[in-house]
Design a protein around this ligand. Structure first.
Ligand SMILES: *[C@@H]1O[C@H](CO)[C@@H](O)[C@H](O)[C@H]1NC(C)=O
Ligand SMILES: *[C@@H]1O[C@H](CO)[C@@H](O)[C@H](O)[C@H]1NC(C)=O
Ligand SMILES: *[C@@H]1O[C@H](CO)[C@@H](O)[C@H](O)[C@H]1NC(C)=O
Ligand SMILES: *[C@@H]1O[C@H](CO)[C@@H](O)[C@H](O)[C@H]1NC(C)=O
Ligand SMILES: *[C@@H]1O[C@H](CO)[C@@H](O)[C@H](O)[C@H]1NC(C)=O
Ligand SMILES: *[C@@H]1O[C@H](CO)[C@@H](O)[C@H](O)[C@H]1NC(C)=O
Ligand SMILES: *[C@@H]1O[C@H](CO)[C@@H](O)[C@H](O)[C@H]1NC(C)=O
Ligand SMILES: *[C@@H]1O[C@H](CO)[C@@H](O)[C@H](O)[C@H]1NC(C)=O
Ligand SMILES: *[C@@H]1O[C@H](CO)[C@@H](O)[C@H](O)[C@H]1NC(C)=O
Length: 814
């Protein structure tokens, strides 16, 4: 008892004596906050004080959640003017001005409050708001940090734009993960026309979250209208503002703009005390501003994604057909500019860019239509507010810009048409029927021709060829020194695999099932029966296979030959006795068979194989579906990459750039490839990073969500920040790691570097190989890319999540 009392006394004393134990939420003039002292809000939710990142000569004063790790900043006062030394102080002046002074007593930041307050005090509230108020009149806030948002919007905070002066406050991205100064991305309200929320980069419009429809911003799928939030958009003569409140006070949530210009909402999981990504936008290709050009509609579920609005035709058909949408669409028939024009109704759309629109709150839809008809340049109208059956009027003039289909929600839009086009549209059904008839006839004719051709070709083949022929016969353009590729007879392969029997099936790979086979000379082979024929003719296919077969490296699976039978395409590979990496590391019983030295050798081998594909082979091959099940293991547990070059075969000869067809697997696919179809060697590096972390940890990234909200990547990042990376290591490794600890830490750091959000922040494979060998120093990773939680409702990724058992995820279903 005595001891207990003494302890209590001690801790009380400590609170008074040691500055680090400050726990006040308020200071008055004459008092100050220095380095190592903090303000803590009354209930301990937020904490404010000086801090620095790696560089101690850049000191900031900021606010963060007191009990959330890693430290999450919500506001920074002097984000653009760090104190050059750790001896900065924060003061309230007698007049109520908030200032940060450096060691020489110069003001580096000021709230510029110009009042003559009596007895002002500074207080950190439990909402995260830092306020200056009069002690005698606490309701009267002289200044508040909520009026000066940084990159984060907390509940109760608002972004505001003046309707008079054009000034606005915005969420502005940080410049870098350790540099909170104002970056290029801004999230704010554009007041031109009917106000709308936009993201700009250096002033250029990138994304419209859209205008307010009474419930929510019109560009956000309605599934994200979450019952726990009350969003509000307020337009007055002076000012327009946007913000939200929490309806359920036990939820902790923040909304922020990331380094890469995405707006993201996070909710704190009450089970794990980690942030869970709830919504993220822009979410897919169609969210990019005006991606399809004017007068068109973007639909991620369509292929091609862009389509002219009805009654419109591509302005430059040639460009349009080669998927260059820049020029957009034009009317097939010009408007009459008379009352005979009519309107065509579209449903489920994100309303067009409102920056050149006109609006009226009191009109109804009928009045809206008639006023639009009266002005020749008016091209579309819609309700302003969709609540209670709709009210108000919104008009667009001239071109219709940035329309997309929304996965849920979306609004009605009425687009003006010449009378003849409307009739045309009525006739369309009849015409469609006629079109179908003509189409069927053509199809039958083509089929007949095809069957005859195939029949002839088969006959030729039977007559002229024996069991194994040289690929040279088929590929006249192969270069000297290239190996020939044996072409197996279909019956040989069918015999070797007992007619592709289930018993011989090894698994389902990315591009089709794989079977074990045994040739008559008792050589074991792996047979990949490609599904989903890309429509390549036999000659192109063999050309492609010869290219793949010429990629030879000890860490790549060797291609032994191929087989073509009608539209069947089969690849024959060397057989790997120890199956694949996932077979070991994710299996409770088998994972203990792979000790750390072997895992490290496997990681190094994959890196070398990938480096060869990216840089050392004559072709630059981007794998595009790298994952643990594509890392095969031979009898000595040497890793060999499989399925390389196949994305090429399937995706055409894209070497780098954008694809309509995303090949990849949930958990391994990089964010830019999943969302926008952008792939490069750096998207492979991302997948490699995931494999490294999975190999160290022995758990799957995509199954990690149960316990950890940001998957394996977020978990690894958190442990790294807390300098507890060794906790990541697979428990079944059992034996003390000892001297190898440095290798483990190196692998984790390399893994984190490879999964950075921005491709340019990821190392290339030559750097990775040097880093693994310890021949290159390791930069500090930043926060990695996060996957939205699988039960979250981000529109753009829902498809990817639902196909997580299958390795080809076609974002654009054909
Ligand atoms: C700030 O606070 C310090 C310590 O309380 C004091 O010495 C200094 O005069 C104050 N400066 C201003 C401008 O109030
Ligand atoms: C703050 O604390 C750190 C570490 O405890 C120490 O190195 C530093 O000198 C302290 N700064 C001041 C101004 O007391
Ligand atoms: C304090 O700030 C002033 C103005 O920004 C600057 O000129 C001066 O060098 C700073 N002093 C120190 C010690 O950083
Ligand atoms: C940094 O602050 C210390 C006192 O804390 C001072 O002695 C030193 O001169 C300062 N350095 C610079 C570069 O301003
Ligand atoms: C205060 O005024 C200065 C000088 O006009 C300006 O640079 C600074 O950004 C202002 N501070 C705030 C918090 O607006
Ligand atoms: C939502 O916020 C608006 C404006 O701030 C308010 O009028 C309304 O009552 C709130 N709704 C709920 C359900 O709290
Ligand atoms: C509020 O949120 C908490 C935590 O998510 C949940 O347990 C509770 O049921 C919610 N309350 C209401 C009224 O929705
Ligand atoms: C697309 O078309 C526009 C206009 O014709 C042209 O300027 C642009 O270079 C084209 N873009 C590509 C990628 O071909
Ligand atoms: C039609 O609307 C546009 C845009 O508001 C306006 O500039 C133009 O004067 C209007 N024309 C007529 C005839 O009212």
């Amino acid at each position: 008892m005595e001891i207990f009392k003494a302890l209590v006394l001690c801790s009380l004393l400590l609170n008074f004596i040691v500055p680090g134990f400050h726990a006040f939420d308020t200071i008055a003039p004459g008092q100050s906050v220095k380095d190592n002292e903090t303000l803590v809000s009354a209930e301990g939710t937020f904490e404010a004080g000086f801090f620095n990142f790696a560089d101690p000569t850049n000191q900031y004063f900021g606010i963060w959640y007191k009990d959330i790790s890693p430290r999450t900043f919500v506001w920074i006062a002097n984000r653009d003017t760090p104190v050059g030394n750790s001896s900065g102080v924060l003061n309230v002046t007698d007049g109520g001005n908030l200032v940060i002074l450096n060691v020489s007593g110069d003001i580096v930041w000021s709230s510029n409050t110009s009042t003559t307050a009596k007895k002002p005090v500074l207080q950190l509230l439990d909402t995260g708001n830092l306020v200056v108020k009069e002690e005698s009149n606490p309701e009267n806030l002289l200044w508040q940090s909520f009026y000066l948002p940084g990159d984060t919007l907390l509940p109760g905070m608002r972004i505001r734009s003046s309707m008079v002066s054009g000034t606005f406050t915005s969420l502005t991205s940080w410049r870098d993960s350790q540099e909170p100064g104002k970056g290029e991305y801004s999230y704010h309200i554009d007041t031109h026309g009917f106000p709308q929320v936009v993201i700009t980069k250096g002033g250029k419009l990138l994304y419209r979250a859209g205008s307010w429809n009474g419930n929510i911003l019109s560009g956000i799928p309605s599934e994200t209208l979450y019952k726990d939030f009350n969003f509000s958009f307020v337009i007055t003569e002076q000012e327009v503002s946007y913000g939200y409140e929490l309806l359920n006070q036990s939820i902790v949530s923040r909304y922020m703009i990331t380094l890469t210009g995405q707006i993201q909402r996070f909710i704190l999981s009450d089970q794990t005390n980690n942030w869970q990504l709830f919504y993220s936008g822009p979410a897919d290709r169609c969210d990019n501003y005006n991606v399809c050009g004017v007068n068109s509609n973007c639909d991620v579920d369509n292929s091609p994604t862009c389509e002219c609005l009805q009654g419109f035709i591509p302005k430059s058909p040639e460009n349009w057909n080669s998927q260059n949408w820049t020029d957009g669409c034009v009317r097939r028939v010009n408007l009459d500019c008379s009352n005979s024009d009519g309107f065509l109704k579209y449903q489920g759309l994100k309303l067009p860019d409102t920056s050149a629109s006109w609006f009226d709150k009191s009109m109804n839809l009928k009045e809206c239509e008639s006023i639009c008809l009266k002005n020749c340049s008016c091209t579309a109208y819609a309700n302003l507010d969709i609540r209670d059956g709709g009210s108000g009027c919104l008009l667009w003039f001239n071109n219709i810009v940035d329309v997309r289909k929304l996965s849920s929600g979306g609004q009605d839009l009425y687009i003006r048409m010449a009378a003849s086009e409307l009739d045309h549209n009525k006739d369309l059904n009849k015409k469609k029927l006629a079109g179908i008839l003509v189409g069927c006839t053509l199809f039958i004719i083509i089929m007949v021709i095809l069957v005859v051709t195939i029949f002839r070709w088969k006959k030729l083949k039977k007559a002229g060829k024996n069991q194994i022929v040289s690929g040279k016969n088929h590929t006249d353009n192969t270069q000297k020194g290239e190996i020939d590729i044996p072409i197996f007879d279909f019956s040989t392969i069918a015999n070797a695999t007992s007619n592709f029997s289930i018993g011989n099936k090894l698994g389902e790979g990315g591009f089709g099932p794989v079977y074990k086979g045994t040739l008559s000379n008792s050589q074991d082979i792996a047979v990949k029966r490609l599904c989903n024929n890309s429509g390549q003719g036999p000659k192109e296919f063999i050309n492609e296979v010869v290219l793949i077969a010429n990629l030879q490296h000890r860490n790549l699976v060797k291609l032994l030959g191929c087989c073509i039978q009608e539209d069947e395409r089969i690849l024959i590979y060397e057989f790997m006795t120890n199956r694949s990496l996932d077979y070991f590391i994710f299996d409770e019983a088998r994972k203990s068979l792979l000790h750390w030295p072997q895992r490290f050798q496997i990681i190094c081998g994959i890196a070398r194989g990938l480096l060869y594909l990216h840089e050392d082979s004559r072709l630059r091959i981007i794998h595009r579906d790298l994952k643990t099940s594509n890392i095969l293991l031979d009898e000595n547990m040497n890793p060999k990459i499989s399925d390389f070059g196949l994305a090429r075969t399937f995706g055409g000869d894209e070497v780098e750039g954008k694809t309509k067809r995303v090949v990849g697997t949930y958990g391994y696919i990089s964010p830019e490839y999943a969302a926008r179809g952008n792939f490069s060697v750096k998207s492979d590096v991302f997948s490699f990073g995931v494999i490294v972390l999975e190999t160290v940890c022995g758990k799957k990234n995509r199954e990690y969500f149960d316990d950890h909200d940001h998957g394996l990547l977020g978990h690894a990042w958190r442990l790294w920040c807390e300098e507890k990376s060794m906790e990541l290591i697979d428990e079944s490794l059992g034996e003390p790691i000892g001297l190898a600890e440095a290798d483990v830490l190196r692998c984790i750091q390399i893994g984190l570097l490879c999964v950075q959000d921005r491709p340019e922040d990821r190392p290339d494979m030559s750097a990775v190989v040097l880093m693994l060998n310890g021949e290159k120093s390791l930069p500090r990773p930043r926060e990695p890319a996060f996957y939205p939680h699988q039960s979250g409702s981000s529109s753009g990724n829902s498809k990817l999540q639902s196909t997580n058992e299958i390795s080809i995820s076609l974002l654009d279903a054909r």
